[in-house]
Design a binder for this molecule. Structure first.
Ligand code: PBG
Length: 327
């Protein structure tokens, strides 16, 4: 033979060898769990399109947080489902609103053991289901929405959120929130920007989870990003970083591995990727039919998201993966 075969299979021979040379590792500290808390219920309500997940009561949420914390999960993203909605989404900033009550209970139960991240948006709280305040013609008013986001940020920080995570894709939202937090004395509250958030069909189950229907069969394409664009995602991240984002996120995760990789190359901030409700539900549905091994697919997908460059994966599989990693 003129030259020896490249024997790449040598290092694949045993599980120990493979583990030793693995380029990417998945640990429980890489996972953040999204959770839902609903106002006015006495028992948790299962979410049909998200098997294993529920709209929690405050008490069952605290129990779930402790369970996840005991497994080593370090962070939660908390979403509130209010019992009443209105055009301005008042419940989002009400000190007695469900998410504020839940954050306060979580903070007193967990202290600094887990990182409490509050999703900062209006869509769960508005009767029209949009992420912002509407003009009379039905379009979303960017700057009027920023005024609401400022109020929400301060209410969430006051209630005990360590991190606020604006997900509404309004221009200038990170700067407005940073300014509001600093002015109210919450200089230590961090901002995790949903910087590159695409208008995706994969948010369907989430909208069941938070009882959101967008008025008139509308969508979010006038504020969320067009999936056709990658350079625009870098512009979004650059702006959010310039406005003071401490951490940035790409969402959904698996369809946007190229975006995750591009953001990783250009920016130094911790990078999160959100494996969203539809990504979770597709795996669950196929697994229920016996068509794929759900646990194996989940682990493979989350590992791929890490390999693309995400430091942290926000995933509805966090609890299951944490159990598997502990076992
Ligand atoms: C907005 C928000 C959404 C998600 C997270 N924050 C919904 C949307 O933009 O329509 C989706 C998360 C998921 O699908 O898991 N508050």
């Amino acid at each position: 033979m003129p030259f020896p075969h490249q024997r790449l299979r040598r290092l694949r021979r045993t599980p120990a060898l493979r583990r030793l040379v693995a380029e990417t590792r998945l640990g429980v500290e890489d996972l953040v769990a999204p959770v839902f808390v609903r106002e006015g219920i006495d028992e948790p309500v299962p979410i049909a399109s998200m098997p294993g997940h529920a709209q929690h009561t405050v008490a069952s949420l605290v129990a779930e947080a402790k369970r996840l914390g005991a497994l080593g999960v370090l962070g939660l993203v908390v979403f509130g489902v209010p019992s009443t909605k209105d055009p301005l989404g008042r419940g989002a900033s009400d000190p007695d609103g469900i998410v504020q009550v839940a954050l306060a209970e979580l903070a007193s139960a967990l202290g600094d053991e887990m990182v409490l991240i509050a999703d900062l948006c209006l869509d769960e709280y508005t009767d029209h289901g949009h992420c912002g305040v509407l003009r009379p013609d039905g379009s979303v008013d960017n700057d009027a929405t920023l005024d609401r986001y400022r109020e929400v940020a301060v209410a969430q920080a006051r209630a005990g959120a360590a991190v606020v995570a604006p997900s509404g894709m309004m221009d200038g939202q990170v700067g407005a929130i940073r300014d509001a937090l600093d002015s109210a004395g919450f200089t230590e509250t961090a901002v995790l920007a949903y910087a590159a958030k695409y208008a995706s069909a994969l948010y369907g189950p989430f909208r069941d989870a938070v009882d959101v229907t967008i008025a008139g069969g509308g969508d979010r394409r006038t504020y969320q990003q067009d999936p056709a664009n990658r350079r625009e995602a870098l512009a979004e991240v650059a702006l959010d970083v310039a406005e003071g984002a401490d951490m940035v996120m790409v969402k959904p995760a698996l369809p946007n591995l190229d975006v995750i990789a591009a953001v990783r190359r250009r920016f130094t901030q911790p990078l999160f990727a959100y494996q969203v409700s539809g990504e979770f539900a597709m795996v669950k549905a196929a697994a229920e039919r016996g068509w794929v091994d759900g646990a194996a697919v989940a682990a493979e997908q989350v590992l791929s998201i890490r390999r693309a460059g995400a430091d942290v994966v926000v995933t509805y599989f966090a609890g299951e993966l944490a159990e598997a990693l502990a076992g």
